[in-house]
Design a protein around this ligand. Sequence first.
Ligand code: ASP
Length: 322
Amino acid sequence: MNKRRDFLKKLGLGSVALGLTSCTDQLKQDVQEQSNHPCIVSTWNNQNANQTAWNTLQKSKSLLNAIEAGIQIPENDPNDTSVGYGGRPDRDGAVTLDACIMDSEGNAGSVTFLNGFKNPISIARKVMENTPHVMLSGKGAELFAFEQGFRRMDLLTEESKEALKNWKKESKYAPEINAERHDTIGMIGIDSDRNLAGGCSTSGLAFKMKGRVGDSPIIGAGLFVDNEIGAATATGLGELVMKTVGSFLVVELMRNGLSPEQACKKAVERIQSKYDISSSQVGFIAINKKGQYGGFALQKGFQFVVNTSNQTQLFDAQSILN
Ligand code: ASP
């Protein structure tokens, strides 16, 4: 394998060799292996987040720092209505956030039903690093966040208040399931030492019932990292992802030899085969130990962003339904 790489280097082909039609599959794979370390992948059109993660990785060489810094971008953005500050509230007007993070050693941290702190990803990281637990929830998570030096703030924007008022007029106070209103950020990556990590952060379903927690902070559902195999994260209707332990399933499918995209597709097909998915969206992204990445969704419209260099690329994921 090294001989092939030396040969390519001598020819000065580098990643340009990806386009060679005469390459054997193994040779193409070797080239992709070379060119995809490091690599950062995020759900939806989170280009600024992905770019920030990339820049942080270049500077700090820490993939966890990169994941945390990247996810903080939509968390801090009041115009992002599915994550952090400005996230849509539950049907009683409270913005409650969920997030989790996982590193290459198999450590994990998570917060759920967290009110009044805009960076749940950072608090999840503190749970992982500074407690013997994996998950803190509600009031306990808030107390912990405060003790760790995070400051409380009101996460409900004027725009969110208006949206809630309109929703109340239209709905019968019934929690809503929809296919389109998702942009939870799930971010996974591999560094130049081929170690993997990931994070996921969301305000959950808009106008959900008080206390509802989705897949995003659940290790194995919204995110899973196995440093021997790969990492996966999910977005969409969390109830479907939890009932199929979606991200764990994607990683296990990669363990059985599927490519990241094939594994995401198989997991989506599993959900489709078991549940009525007519108006729901679910999307997965995955990366394997070779730095190969992919995504797949139930419905058309799911996108993901990738950095393998200073440039962010946006991909339209394939889907089962169109
Ligand atoms: N998966 C998130 C949840 O169910 C929502 C989303 O991705 O938009 O809480």
